[in-house]
Write a protein that binds this ligand. Structure first.
Ligand code: 9MR
Length: 385
């Protein structure tokens, strides 16, 4: 077995290589029309002296990133940067089922607690990700798990953080909507094969019975526009609301692709945000990062400017719809999942190692220096009402 396959197997990613092979990541890409961006902002030359967490706080908002306990322990400058910039963090993997309940009924919280302690020390909120997912799960666990397994897991994990002052919200369920109509056996809600809406309802009910003091989210990707997926996601949110289940918010992951070659669905995304607000389900941005798709510019400077423009455009839309929490999936390009060989995105990049340097999706670069994307995020917070 190749190293890559071994890794995929160990991590439980039976479908990842297949998904990459079919280019599924392409399906939720978004366009930026750089040519008409007449008032291009001067992010590159902007002199941002405040941290993103300060700029966000000035508008009653939160900014944060997904972080890893490993890096926190090993890289002091990384820990300092997170403490300075973030008012909320999401553990990258430390709260997933494979990390917290590696054997049935045996719980371990060492690495997640390391993040919770860090949050406590630096006055940072922690977003609990996630109690239920088809990946990041131990080999013994079927998908979907039985209700009994869910009950044991939710009691074990949520119970551990019941009295936590920093853990304020949970992604109760992650990525339950299928990628398209061919991959569901549930026409109404478009759930992943084998999933029933009642199971998700019961998961939320169990969660509320363990600890209803936290905010409960349903989290997903590919819902940043009027897509088959966003339509079904909204239906599922509505179903949960109508079932009388506690659901406070919707996590809009926002792993985005922008390009001059295809359209950004501004109208569709606005309507998703509006419909969530109408349902009184608060939209937050949970996993934002931005890839620029082909045609690629001829320099990294231009690429960074395009990433920055895309951040600004996206966040302006979010803030106009009163979104108050933005979490990027990582803080620096040194740690982004997108550069990991097992996640290397679709056709443009996967087979072209000379293009990997164009994967610069986050606000800080590999050397922890702020990029134009950082200044664009700063400016979006400054201009938010
Ligand atoms: O970035 C995460 C990567 O390091 C992990 O190996 C992987 C499996 O646990 O999960 C990645 O995070 C995913 C998140 O949990 C859910 N949305 C997509 C994220 C990127 O794949």
């Amino acid at each position: 077995m190749s190293c890559r396959r071994k890794f995929l197997k160990r991590a439980g990613y039976t479908t990842v290589s297949a998904l990459l092979a079919t280019g599924f990541l392409q399906k939720y890409k978004q366009k930026e029309d750089y040519s008409t961006n007449a008032d291009r902002e001067n992010y590159a030359s902007a002199n941002v002296t405040s941290s993103l967490r300060q700029l966000a706080a000035a508008k009653g908002k939160r900014y944060g990133a997904a972080i890893s306990s490993d890096f926190l322990l090993k890289e002091k400058d990384y820990a300092n940067l997170i403490a300075r910039e973030c008012s909320i963090v999401t553990p990258n993997g430390e709260l997933k089922w494979n990390a917290t309940e590696p054997q049935p009924g045996q719980f371990t919280f060492e690495s997640a607690d390391a993040i919770a302690d860090f949050c406590q020390k630096h006055n940072i909120d922690m977003h609990g990700h996630t109690l239920f997912w088809h990946m990041g799960k131990p080999d013994w666990l079927p998908y979907p798990p039985t209700l009994k397994m869910i009950e044991q897991h939710v009691k074990g994990v949520m119970g551990h953080y019941r009295n936590s002052k920093v853990l304020k919200s949970w992604d109760i369920a992650n990525e339950i909507i299928a990628d398209n109509e061919k991959e569901t056996d549930n026409a109404t809600y478009g759930l992943r094969k084998g999933l029933k809406p009642e199971l998700i309802r019961d998961l939320f009910l169990i969660a509320a019975s363990v600890d209803n003091s936290k905010k409960f989210y349903l989290n997903d990707f590919g819902i940043e526009g009027a897509t088959w997926k966003s339509e079904h996601f909204l239906k599922m949110v509505e179903y949960l609301k109508n079932s009388g289940v506690k659901i406070d918010g919707a996590g809009i992951q926002s792993h985005l692709w922008f390009s001059t070659a295809y359209s950004f669905d501004e109208k569709g995304f606005n309507s998703v945000l509006e419909r969530l607000n109408d349902l009184e389900v608060k939209p937050i941005i949970t996993e934002l990062d931005i890839i620029i798709d082909a045609p690629l510019p001829d320099s990294i400077e231009k690429l960074d400017q395009m990433v920055a423009d895309s951040y600004k455009r996206y966040l302006d839309l979010c803030f106009a719809a009163k979104v108050d929490t933005v979490i990027t999936w990582g803080l620096t390009d040194r740690h982004t999942w997108i550069r990991h060989p097992d996640w290397m995105p679709g056709k443009t990049f996967r087979d072209n190692p000379n293009l990997w340097k164009f994967l610069r999706p986050l606000p800080f670069d590999e050397n922890f220096q702020p990029k134009p994307a950082h200044n664009a995020i700063a400016q979006a917070f400054e201009q938010a009402s």
